[in-house]
Design a protein around this ligand. Structure first.
Ligand SMILES: [Zn+2]
Length: 188
């Protein structure tokens, strides 16, 4: 028994340090780590608060009383709050408290990580869609350039084919001149 107490104490210390240093968000802390199996008013027999209304039964996830059910005025934290606050479950053993705290913190931490991942995914999706847009813009510009350069390419082709034609003409003329001189020399 003594051994389990010291183990629980050390595990609780660990969980408190990790929960604090990693900064679990306040919003996450306000949400229970597990979904309630039954609604806060789905219990019998009815317990009424000072306002004479059925008091909802909640599960505490506080550091001091994790997983312990309590009744609270239905107008809690509002102007009409009568301050009714009564425990339903007896206090847990230190071992159970620490176990529930460790589980609670593990759930909160995983949720926080899942939310961070979802945020990163959103940023990633946004960046990749922006990238796609940029790529399509660049492609459109490339196409435009290609279209604009087409007449230039045609002109260049014309020039190069024209020069090859003139080369053939030149060769022909040289051949004719050569033949002419050859005939002249032959005649002499
Ligand atoms: Zn009340």
């Amino acid at each position: 028994m003594l051994k389990s107490k010291s183990m629980a104490a050390s595990s609780s210390q660990g969980s408190r340090i990790s929960a604090g240093s990693r900064g679990i968000r306040g919003l996450l802390r306000s949400r229970p780590p597990v979904t309630y199996r039954e609604g806060p008013l789905a219990y019998e027999p009815t317990v009424v608060c000072v306002c004479n209304r059925k008091a909802p039964r909640w599960i505490s996830w506080s550091d001091d009383n994790p997983g312990r059910r309590y009744y609270r005025c239905s107008r809690a934290r509002t102007y009409g709050d009568c301050g009714f606050y009564v425990w339903y479950d007896p206090e847990h053993t230190t071992f159970m408290k620490n176990l529930l705290l460790d589980l609670r913190n593990a759930v909160w931490e995983l949720r926080s990580k899942a939310e961070e991942m979802a945020e990163l995914k959103q940023i990633n999706d946004l960046l990749s869609s922006e990238n796609k847009e940029k790529v399509s813009v660049v492609k459109a510009q490339e196409k435009e350039l290609e279209e604009k350069s087409q007449p230039l390419v045609l002109l260049a082709n014309k020039i190069s084919s024209g020069s090859s034609c003139s080369l053939v003409c030149c060769g022909f003329v040289i051949l004719l001149v050569g033949l002419f001189f050859g005939l002249m020399l032959g005649a002499m």
